[in-house]
Design a binder for this molecule. Structure first.
Ligand code: ADE
Length: 262
């Protein structure tokens, strides 16, 4: 997958994209990221990228020209009057605007983006916002990473690149496989332990030391279910649950209503 990122702060990405899984995947050629400084595409000696809003209201708004210029230079295409969306059918990549007003990023959206596209272009907004014509004529999608306001789309773009990279074929080894991640089956993860078996008086649950593989698998599943029920019961409605899962959850709910749980 190739990801172009349009930003006023390309230097923000350096550490994140060099370290750990993204860094490894870039070196292995499984993902490539090109950072483009929007300022380089701003006309005039001063390369102005923002201006005050029409109608007042304070703050600064990112101007449309530098962003349109950048997209056209990067993709080698002119954005039609009708908008960029019409180019999707010709194989041009989706343009995703990172904004708190966008679709909430959840694992299914990440899976959809990772599996359907070989190239994506991300636009990181800054300041109070981006001129509406970028949203109307350029962006084919808008994505938010959560219901809070960041100072710009850069951190959101890093999150999106991380989430997508983990999903690309071959990026994670079997041991780290995403199939077992929190949320990938719609459940939270079970607790994890490593050596020592006893640390400051706290022992690892007996079952994990027992060597009974089948029992351990069942324990992990039940811990996931119990944790999801306790912390994110909303996820259970969408999760893939077996008959045994449902029976276990029903048992937990009976215990709670009977007052039998600590
Ligand atoms: N820009 C500012 N806040 C954001 C958010 N929550 N998600 C995506 N982009 C943003």
């Amino acid at each position: 997958m190739h990801i172009d990122i349009l930003t006023l702060f390309p230097e923000m990405f350096a550490g994140v994209f060099e370290a750990t899984i993204i860094g490894r995947a870039r070196q292995a050629g499984q993902v490539s990221v090109a950072l483009h400084n929007i300022r380089d595409y701003a006309p005039g000696k001063h390369r102005v990228t923002d201006d005050t809003p029409y109608g007042g209201g304070g703050g600064m708004i990112m101007k449309p020209e530098p962003i349109f210029n950048a997209v056209e230079a990067i993709l080698g295409a002119t954005v039609p009057e009708a908008g960029y969306r019409s180019l999707l059918a010709e194989g041009y990549p989706p343009i995703i605007l990172l904004t708190p007003q966008g679709r909430l990023l959840k694992q299914p959206l990440a899976r959809e983006l990772a599996s359907h596209h070989e190239r994506l272009l991300l636009i990181c907004g800054r300041y109070e916002g981006v001129d509406e014509r970028v949203r109307l004529r350029l962006a084919t999608d808008e994505v938010s990473i959560g219901d809070y306001v960041l100072s710009g789309g850069e951190i959101a773009a890093m999150v999106l690149v991380d989430v997508l990279t983990r999903l690309l074929p071959g990026v994670l080894g079997d041991a780290e496989a995403t199939g077992k991640d929190s949320h990938s089956e719609g459940l939270l993860e079970h607790p994890h332990y490593t050596r020592p078996a006893t640390f400051r008086g706290q022992s690892v649950p007996e079952i994990l030391l027992s060597g009974h593989h089948a029992n351990q698998v069942e324990w992990r599943r039940q811990q996931s279910l119990a944790r999801t029920l306790a912390r994110r019961p909303d996820l259970l409605a969408e999760a893939e649950l077996s008959q045994a899962d449902r029976a276990f959850l029903a048992g937990l709910l009976r215990d709670v209503s009977g007052g039998g749980v600590e």
